[in-house]
Design a protein around this ligand. Structure first.
Ligand code: ADP
Ligand code: ASP
Ligand code: MG
Length: 417
């Protein structure tokens, strides 16, 4: 049993759909579960629909029309006018309209999941129909009948026992199965999601429950590189990474692998292969038990647009357990993700990711009790297995505001030049 995952970039237009179907034909069309994301940047387009719907904006129907014509254009290149798939997509879009007109809930996260899921439903229906059209037998299934979660919309937690039971009972492991990443359902059949970019994790869940031989995530890069190619011009392919090293890299923000993906694979020692859908003959990166890193070189992870905050008591008293724990509780309440912590006797510094835009409210609440210095728009560089040359290359990018070093990792908050 093999698990494949194709992300948005690999199915962004008709030519890409043809490309992944030829990958499937050459890699084998049996004993496989294929997990697929929404096409291109359609999840972002659905986020715009959700905001327009929630705010009763006038351009809601325009935003829906963009999504509809995006899919129809791809279909026009893949199918004949009278093919069954057109009706099926009409029905799916009808279900979305039905939800939009009937829903009365004001709960943003619930509404978000009920709408965002259509990206994955549309993409998998189109791809499954195209495979059938070119003679590749496959089974399409709705992943919401297999992966069950709690009701924590937008960041749902998997019910592993129930999911295991459903997958073992229902899935025909001998066939080519096509299903959705990212989405799932709770015990009342409402759609939930596993967090943005969560399709890699879906692949990990299937692999775990099916004791798969391996998981391949197909990307637009040759594999895991020692740095994000969007930020560094000179990168090297990592041929082999241990689970521990990959978990560390994903934790610090190497966005090529979703951080939750690796734990289930590590527990059953299922190899994760990261390969290029552009050059599918190449071997890419293997994440397995064993050698930490081949080649053993410094790896760079960058998080842009962070906030550096330095907090001290108004009366210059020491920053110790009681006020630090109070600050942490507030950070948690405002969903501010802390990426680096450093404290001295009278001040406590954190580098924060303001993902949910709650920082200003946090600041307003704390500034009555503490003295707070804020520097927005800073970059956080994490260097694993650093050496002098690696640090020098970061120095060229700007001035260091804070550094932290431990055995394997150096973290630098910097103000870019
Ligand atoms: P998917 O299509 O599966 O959603 P992503 O876009 O999430 O794929 O991940 C692939 C992207 O991750 C690459 O295009 C690359 O820009 C980025 N990336 C960041 N860090 C790395 C890294 N260390 N190695 C390879 N790619 C990286
Ligand atoms: N389509 C979802 C997203 O863009 C899930 C994924 O692609 O992994 O976040
Ligand atoms: Mg993605």
């Amino acid at each position: 049993m093999k698990i494949f995952k194709f992300g948005g970039a690999s199915v962004k237009d008709a030519a890409s759909v043809k490309n992944i179907t030829s990958i499937l034909q050459s890699e084998g069309t049996e004993n496989t579960v294929v997990v697929i994301s929404a096409m291109g940047k359609i999840t972002n387009a659905f986020e715009e629909v959700i905001d327009a719907y929630y705010n009763k904006a006038k351009d809601l129907s325009d935003k829906l029309a963009v999504i509809e014509s995006f899919h129809k254009n791809i279909m026009n290149d893949l199918f004949d006018k009278n093919d069954e798939i057109y009706k099926e997509i009409e029905i799916t879009l009808g279900e979305l309209s039905w939800f939009l007109s009937r829903n009365t809930s004001q709960r943003y996260n619930y509404v978000y999941d009920q709408i965002i899921c259509f990206g994955e439903i549309l993409s998998t229906k189109i791809i499954s129909a195209y495979l059938t059209k070119i003679g590749v037998e496959n089974i399409w299934f709705d992943v919401r009948n297999y992966i069950k979660t709690d009701s924590n919309y937008r960041d749902a937690k998997v019910d592993w026992n129930l999911t295991q039971e459903l997958i073992s009972e229902k899935l025909d492991a001998s066939k080519l199965n096509i299903t959705q990443g990212f989405i799932a359902a709770n015990d009342t059949e409402n759609t939930t999601t596993l967090g943005r970019e969560g399709s890699d994790y879906t692949a990990g869940i299937f692999a775990y429950c099916l004791d798969a031989e391996n998981v391949t995530i197909w990307k637009d890069v040759p594999g895991v590189l020692n740095a994000d190619p969007r930020v560094f011009s000179d990168t090297t392919l990592l041929e082999q990474i241990s689970y521990e090293e990959a978990i560390e890299m994903a934790f610090y923000g190497a966005s090529v692998i979703h951080p939750k993906t690796l734990q289930p694979l590590e527990r059953k020692e299922i190899p994760l292969l990261v390969r290029s859908f552009i050059n599918p003959k190449e071997t890419g990166t293997k994440v397995t038990k064993g050698t930490r890193l081949v080649p053993y070189i410094p790896c760079f992870i960058v998080k842009k647009n962070q906030i550096l905050v330095s907090i001290s008591a108004l009366d210059f008293s020491f920053m110790v357990e009681n006020n630090i724990s109070y600050i942490f509780k507030k950070l948690h309440d405002y969903q501010l993700k802390v990426n680096v912590i450093q404290n001295s006797a009278i001040s406590f510094s954190v580098c924060i990711d303001n993902k949910f835009n709650n920082f200003d409210a946090f600041y307003k609440e704390l500034k009555t009790e503490f003295k707070i210095d804020v520097q927005k728009g800073v970059d956080l560089y994490t260097v694993r297995h650093f050496d002098d040359k690696a640090i020098q290359s970061i120095q060229e990018k700007g001035s260091f505001l804070l550094t932290q070093v431990n055995k394997e990792t150096m973290q630098i908050v910097l103000e870019a030049k």
